[in-house]
Design a binder for this molecule. Structure first.
Ligand code: ATP
Ligand code: AMO
Length: 437
């Protein structure tokens, strides 16, 4: 067996080198006297040539007898060969089989045979061997890297908050209950209260990239039961400042992907059309939004002040605006209790959403930081403030004005790459039907 510390990636194998490459058997083509094995690793592919009459029989047998998707290490000389797919080929001195694959595959990683999404998700390891699938997750990683950099520029500290909690915060979706040493507990729907408690400390500006759990009953192409939330919270920020940070994070993510992910965009067939947003995102008020939706004539019934925006309305507006846009100045009654109203108008909320033409990406707002008003907000929402005492009491000890937001990371990946289903943006998605792998 090879210790593979001196392994060369396929993309680094140059004519004249003597190398060991390791990876998966992508394809074997036997032309009679000569045969080719295409070896695939994370960097690309390389052709391995077997000239049957000139090479050791055992070597030829090993190289050509191995099933597709087996893992092998090949040592040999690299030569220029214009007819090879990458312009070079290896003539092997040795072939070691490190892990043999079954000949029957549940999924064809060469992509020649299409597979249903459920088959792909059941066999994610094989699915990820396809260039265009791998590209999604490399881009997802780049988005997180860029977001962390943008947060650093915004002077925010990365934090992590508990995922096992005593209370929920997001009214719209159900909680997953769990048993915590005999007590009822829940999986966290949002780091909302914890990020506020931290922003109100000496840290001031914080961010978190972590899981959120929502017992969404329905099965849609844009809802998950476990999603990844990119959260920001900043003390001494108002909702306008928070929108600025949000815009810079989204813009940085697009720019980093455009700059650093050319091969991945190519694998997805997006290299020609991919464009980072250049203009700043328009900010529409809720009132303007419903007027524009009504003007499209796409809805059977006209929207009036106080209505939540129905999905068809969001789509009509998305088509009309044609780019990312914020919706601001929502009716207070349809925003959560922790969002602050405008001073002097308790019907108008500082909450905002960032929309992609296809769907909502972000919710946020300035927070209610005044103790009495916060307690009143809980009561209006039908929540018992006593249960949230761990949170509310800190508002008695100097809680600065603060604001923040959360981006649904999978929705960002999905809309950026034009994926049809949010499950394509998660390695191992959790939905109504899927608890494993
Ligand atoms: P949030 O993150 O605040 O839940 P959202 O994007 O999930 O935002 P909308 O798209 O405005 O919310 O949808 C509103 C609600 O409509 C959803 O939370 C869900 O309860 C319901 N809904 C949306 N699509 C479907 C669907 N295809 N089938 C059943 N219910 C749906
Ligand atoms: P909200 O509930 O709107 O706000 O969630 C923020 C963003 O998270 C994403 N998201 C989801 N993505 C996939 N599947 C889901 N089930 C799902 N639910 C939410 C969306 C959404 O815009 N505490 C507030 C944020 C804040 O005010 O800071 C909150 O959680 O992209």
């Amino acid at each position: 067996m090879h210790g593979l510390e001196d392994r060369t990636y396929t993309s680094d194998a140059e004519p004249g080198d003597h190398v060991t490459v390791a990876g998966w058997v992508h394809e074997v083509r036997d032309l009679g006297g000569i045969a080719f094995l295409i070896l695939r690793d994370t960097e690309g592919r390389i052709q391995v040539k077997f000239e049957k009459d000139e090479m050791d029989d055992e070597l030829v047998e090993t190289g050509l007898g191995v099933a597709r998707e087996s893992v092998i290490a090949v040592t040999g000389a690299v030569d220029e060969e214009p007819r090879a797919p990458t312009g070079v080929e290896i003539t092997p001195d040795s072939v070691d089989v490190l892990a043999e694959s079954d000949t029957e595959l549940p999924l064809d990683p060469s992509g020649k045979v299409d597979a249903e999404l459920s088959t792909r998700l059941d066999n994610r390891t094989l699915d990820l061997r396809k260039d265009e699938v791998k590209a999604v997750f490399e881009i997802r990683g780049e988005i997180f890297r860029a977001a962390r950099e943008a947060f650093r520029d915004a002077n925010a500290t990365e934090i992590t908050t508990p995922k096992i909690v005593a209370t929920g915060t997001e009214g719209g979706t159900e909680l997953f209950p769990i048993t915590y040493f005999g007590e009822e507990a829940f999986m966290n729907q949002s780091p909302q209260l914890f990020k506020q408690l931290t922003a109100g400390s000496s840290l001031e500006r914080v961010f978190e990239i972590g899981p959120i759990f929502r017992a969404e009953e329905h099965n849609t192409p844009r809802h998950l039961n476990e999603a990844t939330s990119i959260d920001f919270e900043g003390a001494f920020c108002d909702h306008e400042d928070a929108m600025d940070v949000c815009e810079s994070v989204i813009r940085s993510a697009y720019e980093a992907v455009e700059r650093n992910c050319e091969p991945q965009l190519e694998a997805l067939g997006l290299e020609a059309e991919f464009e980072a947003p250049t203009e700043s995102f328009p900010r529409l008020t809720y009132e303007e939004a419903i007027e524009r939706i009504n003007a499209t004539g796409e809805l059977d019934e006209q929207l009036v002040w106080g209505d939540d925006l129905p999905t068809e309305g969001e789509h009509a507006l998305g088509e009309d605006v044609g780019e990312h846009y914020f919706i601001t100045d929502w009716p207070s009654e349809i925003k959560p209790f922790y969002i602050k109203d405008y001073d002097g108008d308790d019907t108008l909320s500082t909450g905002f959403d960032l929309m992609h033409p296809r769907m909502e990406l972000v919710s946020g707002g300035q927070r209610e930081h005044r103790y009495e008003e916060l307690i009143a907000g809980f009561e209006q929402q039908g929540l018992d403030p006593e249960e949230f005492e761990y949170y509310t009491k800190m508002f008695k000890y100097g809680m600065p004005p603060h604001a923040g937001w959360a981006i649904g990371a999978e929705r960002l990946v999905m809309t950026m790459l034009g994926l049809d289903n949010i499950r394509e943006a998660v390695l191992f998605p959790r939905d109504r039907q899927r608890l494993s792998p």
